[in-house]
Ligand binder design. Sequence first.
Ligand SMILES: *Cc1c(COP(=O)(O)O)cnc(C)c1O
Length: 455
Amino acid sequence: MRYVSTRGTAPELGFADVVLAGLATDGGLYVPSHWPSLPASLPDGYAALAAEVLMPYVGGDFTREQMSALCDGAYSGFRHPGVVPLVGLEPGHQLMELFHGPTLAFKDVALQLLGRLFDSILTARSERVMIVGATSGDTGSAAIDGVKGCDNVDIVILYPHGRVSEVQRRQMTTVDSPNVHTVAVDGTFDDCQDLVKAMFNDAPFRERHNLSAVNSINWARVMAQVVYYVEAARRIGGEIDVTVPTGNFGNVLSGWIARRMGAKIGRLVVASNDNDILTRFFETHEMRATGVQPTLSPSMDIQVSSNFERLLFEMNGRDGAVTREQLGRFRDKGSLLVEADQYDEWIAPVFRASRASDHDTLVTIRSVHETAGMLIDPHTAVGVKVARENMREGIPMVTMATAHPAKFPDAVERATGVRPGLPDHLADLMGRPERTVMLPNDLPAVEQFVASVAR
Ligand SMILES: *Cc1c(COP(=O)(O)O)cnc(C)c1O
């Protein structure tokens, strides 16, 4: 399998190079040169399914035996034997619980595999990398857990001081591994992201430390997420619709790919919070960026959905030059319009979208607690509210439950009066020693720290 950039000018690469590169050199995102079909028969067991579904994407760089071992390793640490269990919520509506991994959010499904892919590729090449990343909460801890203990990877995660929840912070700062480092930046999440971008733009620094990224545009993350859509469709049998609490469009894009590969998925329903750029796009055919508003579902508080570029590339007939031009206009004017025929061909048959406010989120958490006796997290609640509005007669709906309620205990308690407890493996989280450094929002200070911890 070869990979091409959505902006058309970066060199084609194989899978392993795409994993290490993250972003393409022309600023685009890598996509496979073609979409493979699902095999006629799917093996039992989640890890075996993952190896089977992903094999066409990694072919050439990993053998079937290697892929099976990596997937076994990635998913053996999940706390549920089904890895991503389906749980009944109400008639015709189930939740797929994606939060049974080590850090309690769906990002573990991809990052547990990505960490192992990195380690394996780097070991084979006798190379090392320094992963630097910014997090507003969930990505940092999932990335750290994915690479902790890897000999060939160091990781530095920047987070905004005082602006991540205590559970999220402790999940990052209590990891006791010589290759893991966290930095509390005296600034906002945007400041952290700008620092990371500035380090990548500092070419001598980037090369000296072999900087790498594991953010949501990394192809391997999108790829790994395809598997649970295939699993949902095969477990239910027959056509299903899926609702996805959406931020960067990574998760729902994986659903689109599963559908493209032949999984029996009818509609993909995009659920936004008040940061509703995607919902407005589906309503108006125009993508228009506004400011970011903080909500109860912070992992969906985004300004633009970076992974949408991969769908746009498909909508443009895989023409990188057209996609590049369109995104250039978006950057300059803050607006991107798709043609009516593109909309009718690509969006209308597949996607639906709605939003949920913070008020809707709390009402939904409460109603699920009252009717089903379950506690759900605010991101999942955004999905459930939107799913309920988009149910079709006779077609089962699956809503992706993206975080464990204990990750966002304040919102859950506010809605229900019940404070969700952490699962056993994290029960002593609040008592574990923390290890972090506090730095000013200052590039030289952060670069000096990164250099000092590089092994
Ligand atoms: C990251 C995240 C999302 C958004 O996922 P995208 O792939 O960015 O659309 C939703 N819910 C939770 C809990 C998350 O951590």
